[in-house]
Design a protein around this ligand. Structure first.
Ligand code: SAJ
Length: 457
């Protein structure tokens, strides 16, 4: 190992290495404050001045990561120094971690990454370690990042060190924090990976080194593509159940008694930032290779269809049961975020359901979600419960029991309510007694187990 590399390792061991983190979203802020809490001097950079202003006032703007609110004031201006002056990142830091967005909405873009790299190359990066955490197509670190950093004639792996380590933070997941989520790390060469691993060992319980940056990039995209495809498969099972008059939750409950059946739940849609984008990035990584990517692409189509299917259930209730045109029926949307107990509304199924209802003539659509401060106008809970049809799109803990006395029709986009003549789920039918009761307990037990399993990691 070169003297320079040994010097960096020593600085990490002695906590004298100065760290620059470029990009202070929920991941960058988590990484910055974790490193600062471990004694490193961390300079956090973001081009968004309002974020820096908030941080300088000790305000944590990441609602889901409220545990950071207690840490920020303790670290501010002692170990954590927020700034908008990104061009300074590589002047100040021995190690620069780049965690900037790689999508505009759902559209992949490297514009922010290029801006960050242009700032980093304003200064001499010799002897420094640069780590990319943002989710990117396979090959981006080698074919996009490395050439930009080598522009001045430097050689990655010897003049400076370069690694890739995918972020895995799940905002709001209190049982899985940065420390207990294994961190995958790949380097442009072995020594780069070793230095990056040494840094992460200070803030995570386990580091998983892989043999290259593209392997680490591939791991991240695999994780989310696998999840998206599995959710699509269970949604397909639910659509089959609708056709055959088979209750999907009863069938899933029975199937999951097989030792290696992995259970997912059909819902009104797959929202969020990760699962919409990452499978697309994986497919784009292998387009023009001749590989048949239909599985990934058709899974996205199935998951994108679920909000349509949910909205159409409400439309058919208007026609077949209420016997009124959708334009003269009121719809209540219970839930605007994309997953349980989250305030994040990115790609929420609710938004696509509302869009479809409007396309089908609905005009009286009322929304309520106390977790979400969306720009779209929200109504009161009472107004939603006064609707002719309620569509529950997410199973917030705070929604438990809200519909117990509701007399109208319910479309249960969460499959957590007991189905009946007036409570229509996704691939659900009124059940015989026993199995129905077990299913709800099963949901709760499964979520608890999942939480416990992950906290054991
Ligand atoms: N969903 C279903 N059925 C399921 C599971 C999820 O319809 O069986 C829906 C959810 O309702 C939500 C969407 O899919 O709308 C995404 O849910 P998610 O639990 O995958 O949550 P995300 O999108 O926040 O995924 C993140 C990812 N984390 C990172 O990329 C670092 C993902 O890899 C994690 O597996 C996931 O959190 C998690 O496990 O919580």
């Amino acid at each position: 190992m070169s003297l320079v590399a040994e010097g960096l390792i020593e600085k990490i061991d002695s906590r004298t290495a100065r760290i620059s983190v470029v990009g202070l979203g929920y991941v960058g802020l988590n990484v910055s404050l974790s490193l600062a809490s471990e004694g490193f001097e961390v300079h956090g950079y973001d081009i968004d001045g309002s974020r820096i202003d908030k941080l300088l006032q000790g305000i944590n703007y990441v609602q889901e990561e409220d545990h950071l609110s207690g840490i920020l004031p303790l670290m501010l201006n002692t170990k954590f120094f927020p700034s908008t002056d990104v061009d300074n990142a590589s002047e100040v830091g021995d190690i620069i971690i780049v965690i900037v967005p790689t999508a505009e909405g759902d559209i992949p873009t490297l514009d922010y990454l290029e801006m960050a790299l242009d700032s980093i190359t304003q200064n001499d990066i010799r002897g420094k370690l640069i780590i990319l955490e943002s989710t990117v197509q396979v090959g981006t670190s080698d074919e996009f990042v490395k050439p930009i950093l080598e522009r001045g004639g430097l050689k990655a792996g010897t003049d400076f060190f370069l690694a890739y380590s995918p972020e895995r933070i799940d905002p709001g997941n209190t049982s899985m924090r940065l420390r207990n989520i294994p961190k995958v790390v790949g380097g442009v060469n072995q020594v780069s990976a070793e230095i990056a691993a040494k840094l992460y060992e200070a803030i995570v319980n386990s580091v998983v080194m892989v043999s290259s940056m593209k392997t680490a990039e591939f791991v991240k995209l695999m994780e989310n593509a696998q999840r998206d495809v599995n959710i699509a498969l269970v949604n397909l099972f639910a659509i089959m159940g609708e056709k055959a008059g088979i209750d999907i939750e009863e069938a899933l409950f029975a199937a999951s008694t097989k030792w290696n059946f992995h259970k997912y739940h059909p819902t009104c849609g797959v929202g969020g930032h990760c699962l919409k984008k990452d499978p697309v990035l994986l497919a784009k990584s292998f387009e023009n290779t001749g590989i048949d990517l239909t599985l990934i692409e058709s899974s996205r189509r199935i998951n994108d269809y679920m909000p349509i299917l949910t909205a159409e259930k409400a439309i058919s209730i208007c026609r077949e049961h209420i016997k009124r045109d959708p334009s003269s029926v009121s719809f209540g949307i219970l839930g605007l975020s994309y997953k349980k107990n989250s305030s994040d509304s990115r790609n929420s199924p609710a938004l696509f359901i509302i869009e479809r209802l409007k396309e089908r003539g609905a005009s009286d659509i009322r929304c309520y979600d106390p977790h979400v401060n969306l720009t779209i106008k929200q109504n009161t809970l009472k107004e939603v419960l006064d609707s002719n049809i309620v569509i529950q799109t997410v199973a917030h803990d705070s929604f438990k029991g809200l519909l117990d006395n509701y007399q109208g029709y319910v479309i249960d986009g969460t499959n957590t309510l007991d189905p009946s003549e007036k409570v229509i789920g996704i691939g659900r039918f009124p059940l015989r007694g026993a199995v129905g009761d077990n299913i709800l307990e099963d949901h709760a037990r499964e979520e608890k187990t999942a939480g416990m399993a992950s906290s054991r990691e």
